[in-house]
Design a protein around this ligand. Structure first.
Ligand code: F6P
Length: 328
């Protein structure tokens, strides 16, 4: 079995609440097992720039409650090239690093898989960290729970004012390819409609539903639009219905990046801790090219390739149907 003596950890792609608890778990689990632990700043960019530092148990004190990532993150184009990967490899070798934990989403894993195929002497374990909840092999990804709670808090406030003024709000939430946040937030806030990238939006049906709501004496309506909805964003959709929905004043709110910030929920702190702990244990056991995830409340390893190939969020039709019935 391959023996690991020095590991590095990085966060890459969009930040997600829970990354800091995960970094803390990686560092402390590694040190507990007598490994040296290095932090890489700004994701893969830090590998290319040789931007790394030795971490101690105190490097991760009092970070469980912090949003963002103490290691910083980036979407790094140079790492996609062979040349970028070779520089990154050279720096890892110079530091004597033989194991790498990467925390991020599908872009991060794509880079990790290519890199570890090219340089198999460095073991790589991925931790699913993205608010989009769209990775196969883990029922939940880090940050999804916190982001959904942030969205719910915002929509509840919008409902107050929508109801006071008899208004229809189109609220756009994050999810370029994933309707996971939109669906969960829609159920939690009783949205009258939820529009997602995974399902074609029929404007006629939407208008009919909104008219039916008014007929049923609803004084406000909320339509949640995931940013990846194929019909367009919240502004386009609001324009498409405005002339047909005279009984409501139509307004638009884009929640934007506030969804990615904030202190991680209890769920994300525990998930980050469990996944970080499991990632280091997997490296010690000689695993590589795997993702650690949580399924049925148990840690599970999935091949990075499988996690990527099947990564699309599968629309839970039963939840959609339930949401439609409960919001009449
Ligand atoms: O991947 C997470 C995510 O928040 C997506 O939902 C969103 O489309 C994207 O990141 C936004 O990325 P950026 O902050 O780079 O604009």
């Amino acid at each position: 079995m391959r023996k690991i003596s020095k590991i590095a950890v990085l966060t890459s792609g969009g930040d997600a609440p829970g990354m800091n608890p995960c970094i803390r778990a990686v560092v402390r689990t590694g040190i507990y097992h007598n490994l040296q632990v290095v932090g890489i700043r700004q994701g893969y960019q830090g590998l290319i720039d040789n931007n790394m530092y030795d971490m101690t148990t105190r490097s991760v004190s009092n970070i469980l409650n912090l949003g963002g990532t103490i290691l910083k993150t980036a979407r790094c184009i140079p790492f996609k090239s062979d040349e970028g990967m070779e520089i990154a490899y050279k720096h890892l070798k110079e530091h004597g690093i033989d194991g790498l934990v990467v925390i991020g989403g599908d872009g991060t894993f794509t880079g990790a898989l290519r890199f570890s195929r090219k340089f198999p002497d460095i073991s790589v374990i991925g931790v699913p960290g993205t608010i989009d909840n769209d990775l196969y092999g883990s029922t939940y990804t880090l940050g999804f729970d916190t982001a959904t709670n942030t969205v719910i808090e915002a929509i509840d406030k919008i409902r107050d004012t929508a109801d006071a003024h008899d208004r229809l709000f189109f609220i756009e939430v994050m999810g370029r390819d994933s309707g996971a946040i939109a669906l969960r937030a829609g159920i939690s806030c009783g949205a009258e409609a939820i529009l997602l990238p995974e399902r074609a939006t029929a404007i006629d049906n939407l208008i009919e539903n909104l008219k039916a709501g008014q007929f049923n004496k609803k004084s406000s309506s909320i339509v949640i639009v995931a940013e990846g909805d194929k019909t367009g964003g919240a502004y386009e959709l609001a324009e498409a219905v405005r002339n047909e929905i005279k009984f409501y004043d139509v307004k638009v709110t884009i929640l934007g990046h506030l969804q990615r910030g904030g202190s991680p929920s209890a769920f994300d702190r525990i998930l980050g801790s469990r996944l970080g702990y499991a990632a280091v244990n997997a490296l010690i056991k000689g695993e590589t090219q795997k993702m650690v995830g949580l399924e049925a409340n148990h840690i599970k390893l999935t091949g990075l390739e499988e996690a990527l190939n099947q990564h699309q969020f599968k629309l839970e039709e039963d939840l959609m149907e339930m949401s439609e019935i409960l919001s009449i």
